[in-house]
Design a binder for this molecule. Structure first.
Ligand SMILES: [Zn+2]
Ligand SMILES: [Zn+2]
Length: 367
């Protein structure tokens, strides 16, 4: 597989780097709180979900990594999602090597967001014949100029935003008096600087095979179904389902954090989750957070149903966006705040305001 630099890929797409808009901070999906511990020793914790199936649960980092699902077959390994940078997928691969010496044969990208595909290149480096599989819509999103928080043009946006981000971290370090917080900020600064260096050298590695509805991969010793069930977190979410082991890997369409809706379709999302629920599974390897039982789906979907109803009602009563954001945040807290605030990232209060705004824009205003 040709390994092109990001500038060559942009040129192929007919896009000059300079023509790509810079990043609006509002678009950032996952920024880490200054106090969050981001310097654990291992990037991933491999948790066994079934026989030869693991959830690789990502540790908190300044630049977020998604989880991976790891599926062993008789010939090699299938990995779902590749994190935010090649060094993260290299670390994942090194951890995998502790379990098996077999090659990674297939990488599946659940959607186009930056934190799920930017590490593809390192798997292509370990095996030039690796297949990279995504939905057709995801493949298109990866090279669209403005699909949202991911894709080749989004690499340029991140690169344009990073110097400002790094300057701000430096200022924050100067001002911080608490030693523990200062240490975390210094770790974040170091991570931001090395992330920028990695992004400059990234070789965008795009899907080689696409799925439009459903495909069954007959891997030796394992049946892996890939399902496109409708729009949800993006217009191209792919669900990876193991019917025998009763496990599903969902990307960010079903996570153990608060949902990120900016590139999503909140009303469709409910129906897509209902379609997913019809599959016979017991465990979910989500895009972020810990492995969850099937019952988590109803909790997560319930949040969309309640949030949409609350925003529709408040806007019919003439509430302003700011009023809705504070009122609905408090109103739904009893049911959802604890369940959606288990990790240092993607907590209820971090995202409820943005979620209300997205529902207002996408469901009420239909913008
Ligand atoms: Zn994600
Ligand atoms: Zn995402």
């Amino acid at each position: 597989m040709a390994q092109w630099t990001r500038r060559q890929v942009l040129a192929q797409m007919g896009l000059a780097a300079a023509a790509v808009h810079t990043l609006d901070p509002h678009e950032l999906c996952c920024t880490v709180a200054a106090h969050a511990q981001t310097a654990d020793k291992e990037l991933f914790e491999l948790k066994k979900v079934g026989d030869g199936v693991y959830g690789a649960i990502a540790a908190t980092r300044y630049k977020v990594n998604c989880n991976a699902a790891v599926i062993m077959t008789d010939d090699g390994v299938v990995v779902v999602d590749s994190h935010s940078k090649p060094s993260a997928s290299r670390a994942m691969y090194a951890q995998l090597q502790g379990i098996t010496k077999k090659p990674v044969l297939k990488v599946i990208n659940t959607h186009f967001h930056w934190d799920h595909w930017q590490g593809n290149e390192s798997y292509a480096a370990t095996n030039p014949k690796v297949e990279i599989i995504a939905s057709q819509a995801t493949k298109e999103n990866l090279t669209k100029p403005d699909a949202g928080v991911g894709g080749v043009p989004y690499i340029e946006k991140q690169l344009a935003a990073l110097p400002g981000e790094i300057e701000k971290l430096k200022t924050d370090i100067q001002k911080e008096r608490d030693l523990e917080r200062k240490k975390n900020l210094e770790s974040n600064l170091q991570q931001a600087e090395s992330f920028m260096e990695e992004l400059k050298r990234i070789k965008p590695t795009l899907p080689t095979r696409t799925v439009t509805t459903m495909v069954t991969l007959k891997e030796h010793g394992r049946e892996i179904q890939l399902h496109v069930l409708g729009r949800a977190h993006t217009n191209g979410d792919l669900f990876v389902y193991l019917p025998k082991e009763k496990i599903v890997a969902t990307g960010d369409a079903l996570i153990d954090w608060m949902p990120f809706m900016n590139d999503g379709y909140p009303e469709d999302w409910i129906h897509t989750l209902t379609a997913l629920e019809k599959l016979d599974f017991t465990s979910i390897v989500p895009g972020h957070g810990e492995v969850r039982p099937k019952s988590h789906l109803a909790f997560f979907r319930g949040y969309f149903i309640d949030l949409i109803a609350a925003v529709k009602k408040a806007s019919a009563e003439g509430a302003t966006l700011a009023e809705m954001q504070s009122k609905i945040g408090d109103q739904l807290a009893a049911k959802y705040e604890a369940g959606f605030s288990k990790y240092p990232l993607g907590r209820y209060r971090d995202r409820i305001g943005q979620n209300v705004e997205m529902i207002h824009k996408k469901v009420v205003q239909k913008a």
